[in-house]
Design a protein around this ligand. Structure first.
Ligand code: BG6
Length: 482
């Protein structure tokens, strides 16, 4: 749609930036923190780029005051960060670690003192390793109760100061990479049956946590963040249009329908049943999932790229067990589900050095689709460009990042004009941080951190990139001057 004049962003729009505990905190074994599944996984040779770990990460645990000070200088309205489950409950279901709670108390208080709204992610992938050892973590339904106890501990402790809660970060990504692609813990390959069962447990944990939060704080705002790649059919061939419908049901609506409606897409379940891999549900699950869905306040969206969908013959490509983790353009592989769809690249769009498609209009597509299908408000909880940055005489010139963000914000503004209710926009990320599989060379931040892959490299000092002042101005003008 075209509008003569843009209405712009709402006056109370939350301009933000995001991070995750494992990627920034470091202090992996300090102050009583337990070991996480990631602390264990990164120690398996060959799993991460040049063996990088989050042991020290960017030392946010010790430098959070300096980081919040920079956020305040920028005028950031919200900071989205995650809480590390093993820092708060070291063995996952035993004693609470008071020192762990204190770190987040201090961080939240520091943010509020600087007029920055804390937006808390309950689970951004770091699970207590003890639960893996006790009962194989997410594979066992027992985790639902342990998760809800952990989440409730956070709601009770921080709920007086935190209003914005994201329960799960990218459930589709951590389960897909964990049980199909084998690239995240627990590193299982092509285990589709467990993948869908694990997802069912995660959905229940999400739903029961939503209900627990709303019981304590009915005015809290809650949702989960979905890694959403809107799809384009390869062309007008009906086979490709049907492949797109299959893709959407299995790769997009499967998660978003559950968060928003509390049910699985019928065609997806019919397909999974035909393959003998549908999740096992217990009596009462459907009701809980529905009840929670009615209480969800927004759809969280992490938007990075769109996907092309083409019909994939029964002897076609399957799940890829590798990806471009080096930044050498052109090394990513086409993948898909035989008999349904595959995802070739889009010749109309450029890509990053890590082969991620750059498609600003896709962010508007996300918002439009969510608005039409669910009529929910939207929190863009991540969007950003991973790139090699050059540090020269204390300066980092990153016009490519400014251009990327500018073009996405322009499209987001159009989504607001279209009537989509967008509450917040968080860039990924605030400071540079550890990219799970791509090390420290793939940088996303407004703030450069002096460190490389080697744990002993760099001073960890912070430097503002050019994009820092640019985003400051975007915030000052509420997105009017980009
Ligand atoms: C999202 C995650 O998948 O994308 C983040 O929520 C992640 O944790 C970000 O870092 C960027 O991905 P990557 O692989 O470039 O680090």
């Amino acid at each position: 749609m075209y509008f003569e004049k843009s209405k712009g962003f709402p006056a109370d729009f939350l301009w933000g930036s995001a991070s995750a505990a494992y990627q920034v905190e470091g202090a992996w074994n300090e102050d009583g923190k337990g070991m996480s599944n990631w602390d264990k996984f990164v120690r398996i040779p060959g799993k991460t780029f040049q063996g990088t770990t989050g042991d020290k990460a960017v030392d946010h645990y010790h430098r959070y005051k300096e980081d919040v000070k920079l956020m305040a200088q920028m005028g950031l309205k919200t900071y989205r960060f995650s809480i590390s489950w093993p820092r708060v409950i070291p063995d996952g279901n035993g004693a609470i670690n008071e020192k762990g709670l204190k770190f987040y108390d201090d961080l939240i208080n520091e943010l509020i003192a600087n007029n920055i709204v804390p937006m808390v992610t309950v689970y951004h992938w770091d699970m207590p390793q003890a639960l893996e050892e006790q009962y194989h973590g997410w594979e066992n339904r027992q985790i639902v109760d342990d998760f809800v106890r952990y989440a409730t501990t956070l709601f009770e402790h921080f709920g007086d100061r935190v209003k914005h809660w994201i329960i799960m970060n990218e459930q589709n990504v951590f389960t897909g990479l964990g049980w199909q692609a084998g690239m995240h813990p627990p590193g299982k390959v092509d285990d589709d049956k467990t993948f869908y069962q694990v997802n069912h447990h995660v959905f229940l944990a999400h739903a029961k946590s939503v209900l627990a939060l709303k019981k304590l704080y009915p005015d809290a705002l809650v949702g989960s963040s979905f890694a959403y790649s809107p799809s384009y059919a390869y062309d007008r061939h009906p086979e490709n249009a049907m492949a797109k419908a299959d893709y959407d049901d299995l790769k997009n609506y499967y998660w978003m329908d559950m968060y928003a409606y509390g049910r699985y897409p019928r065609a997806a379940i019919a397909y999974l049943e035909s393959q003998g891999i549908a999740p096992q549900m217990e009596p009462g699950d459907a009701e809980i999932l529905k009840e929670a869905a009615a209480k969800v306040d927004f759809m969280g969206v992490n938007y990075y790229q769109t996907t092309v969908v083409e019909y994939n013959p029964i002897d076609g490509v399957g799940t890829s067990h590798e990806m471009n983790t080096t930044g050498k353009k052109g090394t990513a592989k086409v993948q898909g589900v035989p008999g349904l769809y595959k995802n070739p690249s889009n010749e109309f769009l450029p890509t990053t050095d890590w082969d991620w498609t750059i498609d600003p209009m896709g962010i508007r597509m996300c918002c439009r689709e969510i608005t039409s299908r669910y009529d929910l408000p939207i929190v863009i909880s991540e969007n950003g460009l991973g790139a090699f940055d050059k540090f020269e005489d204390g300066k980092i010139h990153d016009p490519y990042r400014i251009d990327y963000l500018k073009r996405h914000i322009e499209e987001l503004k159009k989504a607001c004009d279209d009537g989509c209710r967008v509450l917040a926009y968080c860039t990924w990320s605030y400071t540079d941080l550890l990219s799970w599989l791509n090390g420290y060379q793939k940088r996303y931040g407004f703030v450069y951190v002096d460190r490389e892959e080697d744990e002993n490299s760099g001073t960890l000092n912070r430097y503002k990139k050019d994009s820092f002042d640019w985003y400051k101005h975007v915030i000052e003008t509420n997105g009017e001057e980009l």
